[in-house]
Design a protein around this ligand. Structure first.
Ligand code: ANZ
Ligand code: ZN
Length: 878
């Protein structure tokens, strides 16, 4: 028996070195085995791995190690999402170059990742800020430009009038520039966009095929794409009230059924009609400039108080020439959606109701809920958007909403004004084209040149990559690329005249929209992908990441994959066959009396009669225990993976992360539970060592029969093997761990009963103990790979457990001890019998004939024949 404790600090680095030296996690593209691609969202090199990363990568690692043992050619790569604003902020605050800062962080984090013992193929590593990566991104941008998938478009940007620079959304704090404090304005500028809207319908429809994605993620994507079916209606404008040159107002509505409840029209501040009206109305012009100040973010608009200004213009109701509706400029109508204009039906739309209640325009309900008396149905503060029948709506009265929508559409489609119909059915999407221009230095340069003569000229292929200059200064606010003295001045590739480089760089979401494809052949120096390889290795079979990326990153990647297909770099549509969103790691918060936060490591927790009490370790003063929240630096409720690994080892951290809750739920960090995991590691170590000791005499060949205890152990081992196998495939890791614990308990009991010196142990039991130890070690090897290697060695196995094949399940051992058969008399069910699985036919027959129901049905007649369908039916023929 070993008295030695398992020493993770010694064992873990040793096994990590072995794995490295033997390059066992390097996957070859010409491997003939079936492929399995596991990918966790790659990290931003902020400088340190946080505990959320540990969870994310452990989940992926268990799956990768398991699939490798199952015989797959597993691709499990890692890289760095390395462009972005924090590197520039570091440059400003600490005077370090963004590049140096980024690569230093990568080096530090890589070391940390290695200490977790992940089965990663580091031979494919890259950072998105490597010119050898972004070169291909620039090439794909140009391909997309040629294919009409990238375009220039006028967009509104945050403009800091003091710093004279564009600001990213996160640089606008409470409507002011982060450095100057000036009130930020919205400015229109030409921006590069990717035409994701060309794929709106396809991106929506294909969600149905992603059956290994969480429903909630698919729903979030559906809502983001936001498909609406409705009607485009051209309202005539009352000429006497309308500025010259304007004659109609086009609106988009999803509720044409409510037309007879209309009380007003509203247009966006950016609508041409608003501009035309404001030209002659200074008060309106002022109102427009006021409401534009709040910006265009949907969240701001949704929460801002509804405001409007009557332009004096009147629109004519499409079904009644004598019915005039006032046209307002309103702050809740967006220029970017539909036509930038609406008709308002306050009884059935909350925003419209808030609006009329403020401006005293009244409301008329036109949909009455079933069972409600139309005469008494009134709307005051809450709009009714439910089902019902049409009322107060002339020829629509009595119809359902659907019937009324259809009737209005039919009538207006059939009515011509000028040479176009008044109404037209239309499908609208909320999804906007993807604006990718960023006025930042630390990003992938957009490879075009602006020439005064030739306009936009693509950078020729042989001049790619357009490399970021390193001699940049961050003394001035704004884009350091733009301030660089020479970089942007070039000659035009077309006419040879003086021209300027584009100084905008790409949104970092572009970098992460195709990295998974690059991993399939990161060595290709001439093209983004090697299509033959990429098409074989993709899609990613299991992608794992945080739900915070459920919308944009996944949607952009789905679009980009299609764009790569359109430009010949790939031949598939969907990049991620399976998607898993993991929960967060959360922890209690601790606060001193003065309100400052303290770290868990500084706190002592005592459990007493009055519950849990916390005191500060250093001074003994009371600390208040606050709510459990996502780990964050600001609340100091973080634990440092380095500390945990140094104290307990990576295997303990991994086991804890996997054991405490289902992977898609939040896990509460608990020191006590971590210590529990640590004790379990020692227990497994002792168990395996003891088992080796007592099973020394085990025969090499499998005994013909097994005693009760040997059979019990074998059943526990194969039962656990079966459950863990199917559990890992479904990522039910916490359930797998529970099965391993249960098996461990049975194993310990059997071992205790066996308790005699090895020489006295029956050979069949020794053999079963030996088998059980092998299975046990393999079962926990994906979760605790270092301990598993150490145990594997103790077992005297050759090679690494990380390279061993997954054990074969003996299905016979899974069979329950008894079976239940249906008993029929002349083909009619009369009852059931339960017999031992091993029972022979005469025994089953006797049990069936002994049933009262069978005797009754036979009614004294002799039994002519008994037919037994094994494990299912006994048919008595009388
Ligand atoms: C009249 C109406 C009556 C409406 C009613 C709703 C309820 P979804 O489903 O998101 O497509 N709308 C249209 N364009 C808009 C814009 N640019 N800014 C703000 N609101 C706009 O929403 C479509 C509905 O949103 C449209 O249907 C329109 O209001 C409004 F009882 O028309 B509705
Ligand atoms: Zn030119």
């Amino acid at each position: 028996m070993t008295s030695e404790r398992y020493n993770a600090r010694d064992a873990e680095p040793r096994w990590q070195r072995q794995w490295d030296e033997q390059a066992i996690f390097v996957s070859k593209n010409d491997d003939s085995r079936p492929k399995y691609y596991v990918l966790e969202m790659f990290p931003y090199p902020s400088g340190r791995i946080h505990i959320g990363h540990v969870r994310n990568y452990t989940l992926g690692d268990v799956l990768a190690r398991f699939m490798r043992a199952k015989g797959f050619n597993v691709l499990h790569p890692m890289g760095w999402d390395a462009f972005g604003l924090p590197a520039e902020n570091a440059a400003i605050e600490r005077k370090v170059a963004p590049k140096a800062w980024t690569y230093d962080n990568i080096a530090a984090m890589k070391k940390q990742l290695r200490s977790i013992g992940l089965s990663l193929d580091w031979s494919r590593e890259f950072a998105t800020c490597d010119p050898s990566y972004y070169k291909h991104q620039q090439k794909m941008f140009l391909d997309m430009l040629a294919a009409g998938l990238a375009e220039r478009e006028k967009r509104k940007l945050n403009w800091d009038p003091v710093d004279m620079t564009v600001l990213a959304n996160e640089q606008v704090i409470d409507g002011r520039g982060w450095r100057s404090g000036a009130v930020v304005e919205q400015r229109e500028m030409s921006q590069w966009v990717f035409k994701i809207t060309k794929y709106s319908q396809e991106l929506l429809s294909a969600l149905d095929s992603l059956d290994r994605w969480p429903d909630k993620v698919r729903l979030m994507q559906r809502n983001w794409i936001g498909r609406s079916e409705g009607l485009l209606i051209r309202f005539a404008l009352d000429q006497a009230t309308t500025p010259e040159g304007e004659s109609e107002l086009k609106i988009f509505t999803t509720r044409p059924d409510t037309l007879f409840g209309a009380k007003f029209m509203a247009i966006s501040a950016d609508h041409p009609l608003a501009q035309a009206a404001a030209a002659k109305n200074p008060a309106l012009a002022e109102f427009i400039s006021d409401i534009k100040k709040i910006g265009t973010a949907q969240s701001i608009i949704d929460t801002a108080e509804k405001q409007g200004f009557d332009t004096g213009i009147r629109a004519v109701h499409p079904f009644d020439p004598s019915w005039k509706l006032p046209v307002y400029v309103a702050n809740f109508v967006l220029m970017e959606y539909g036509t930038g204009a609406i008709f308002g039906c306050p009884a059935h739309d909350q925003r419209d109701l808030d609006f009329v209640n403020k401006y005293a325009l009244g409301n008329t309900p036109v949909v009455c809920p079933e069972g409600q008396d139309p005469k008494s149905f009134v709307i005051t503060d809450t709009a009714y958007d439910g089902d019902g029948r049409m009322i107060n709506s002339r020829f629509l009265d009595g119809m359902t909403i659907e019937q009324a929508k259809d009737e209005v559409a039919k009538r207006l489609e059939g009515e011509m004004r000028g040479n176009a119909p008044v109404g037209e059915r239309q499908v609208n999407f909320r999804l906007r084209d993807w604006g990718i221009s960023r006025q930042r230095y630390w990003g992938c340069p957009i490879p075009v040149i602006h020439c005064p003569k030739c306009d936009v000229v693509p950078v020729p292929d042989d001049q790619l990559p357009v490399v970021l200059p390193e001699d940049v200064s961050f003394d001035k606010p704004g884009n350091a690329l733009d301030h660089h003295p020479t970089w942007k001045h070039v000659t035009c590739p077309k006419c040879g005249g003086k021209a300027q480089r584009e100084t905008d760089t790409m949104d970092t979401f572009v970098d992460s929209s195709w990295y998974f494809a690059r991993f399939t052949d990161p060595w290709n120096a001439t093209a983004p992908t090697t299509p033959g390889v990429a098409n074989r290795m993709l899609p990613v079979d299991q992608y794992i990441g945080g739900v915070e990326h459920a919308i944009l990153h996944l949607l952009y990647s789905r679009f980009f994959t299609r764009a790569m297909k359109a430009t010949g770099h790939l031949a598939l549509d969907e990049p991620f066959a399976g998607m898993f969103t993991q929960g967060m790691v959360v922890h209690e918060t601790y606060q001193k009396a003065d309100g400052t936060w303290v770290q868990p490591a500084e706190v002592k927790i005592e459990v007493g009669g009055n519950g849990r009490r916390a005191t500060l370790l250093s001074t003994g003063e009371d600390v208040q225990i606050g709510p459990i929240e996502k780990m964050s630096k600001s609340k100091k409720n973080t634990v440092d993976p380095d500390d945990i690994i140094a104290t307990y080892g990576a295997d303990v951290a991994r086991w804890f992360m996997l054991s405490d809750s289902p992977p898609d739920r939040d896990v509460i960090w608990s020191d006590e539970r971590v210590q529990g995991a640590s004790r379990f590691v020692q227990r497994l170590w002792r168990l395996v060592n003891d088992a080796v000791e007592v099973s020394k005499t085990a025969p090499a060949t499998r005994p013909a029969s097994f005693s009760d205890d040997a059979l019990l152990l074998r059943k526990a081992a194969h039962g656990a093997l079966d459950k863990v196998t199917s559990g890992v495939e479904r990522l039910h890791f916490n359930v797998c761990l529970a099965h391993i614990r249960e098996f461990t308990n049975t194993f310990s009991e059997v071992l205790q009963r066996a308790g005699q010196p090895a020489a006295d142990l029956a050979p069949d039991l020794a053999w079963a103990i030996r088998e059980a130890s092998q299975i046990l070690v393999q079962l926990f090897s994906p979760m605790m790979p270092h301990l598993a290697e150490e145990c594997w060695q103790v077992l005297g196995e050759k090679g690494l457990v990380s390279e061993a094949n997954w054990p074969q399940i003996e299905r016979d051992l899974l069979i329950e001890d008894s079976v239940t058969l249906v008993v029929q008399v002349n083909g009619k069910k009369r009852g059931e019998v339960t017999v031992a699985t091993a029972a022979q036919n005469p025994e089953i027959e006797a049990a069936a004939l002994a049933l009262d129901a069978v005797k009754l049905a036979l009614d004294g007649k002799p039994v002519r024949k008994v037919i037994i369908v094994p494990k299912r039916i006994v048919n008595v023929v009388g």
